[in-house]
Design a protein around this ligand. Sequence first.
Ligand code: FAD
Length: 115
Amino acid sequence: MKDLSSRLKYQTGEIHLRDGLATTGLALPKSNWAQRLDTPPYTAWPVTGGITFTFGGVRVDAAAQVQSTSWTPIPGLYACGEMVGGLFHGNYPGGTGLMSGAVFGRLAGAHAAGA
Ligand SMILES: Cc1cc2nc3c(=O)[nH]c(=O)nc-3n(C[C@H](O)[C@H](O)[C@H](O)COP(=O)(O)OP(=O)(O)OC[C@H]3O[C@@H](n4cnc5c(N)ncnc54)[C@H](O)[C@@H]3O)c2cc1C
């Protein structure tokens, strides 16, 4: 019955409500929403953490040149992607992570090639 209530919460988007279904005796305990795995076959995927957005990073100019502490371009040093700071604050529009990387990457390449 508790398992069913947990599943219903997940399906109705009430996952923020803790259900108290916890593991016991594991080195890394799970405090809520634990699901019993007792029916093979089992499938596993490797997972890793990722940073979606940093909001921080080095300052660049319109040619993607990294700025020194005296606000002058450091010759030959460019940045794009998550290395670049100052584009967004607090939140960001969807898709802008890859877009800013593409835009500043293009600017950096063009400037480095003397275009
Ligand atoms: C879960 C998730 C979902 C996202 N969804 C979106 C989305 O829908 N739309 C969107 O626009 N953006 C999305 N983003 C953000 C987007 O993925 C990043 O903004 C973008 O990938 C940043 O590109 P980057 O080249 O700056 O860094 P990365 O893509 O992180 O590339 C850095 C590369 O450098 C390599 N590297 C690190 N250290 C070294 C080293 N010492 N020597 C050699 N190589 C090294 C790494 O292996 C990596 O390949 C998402 C990010 C995450 C984590």
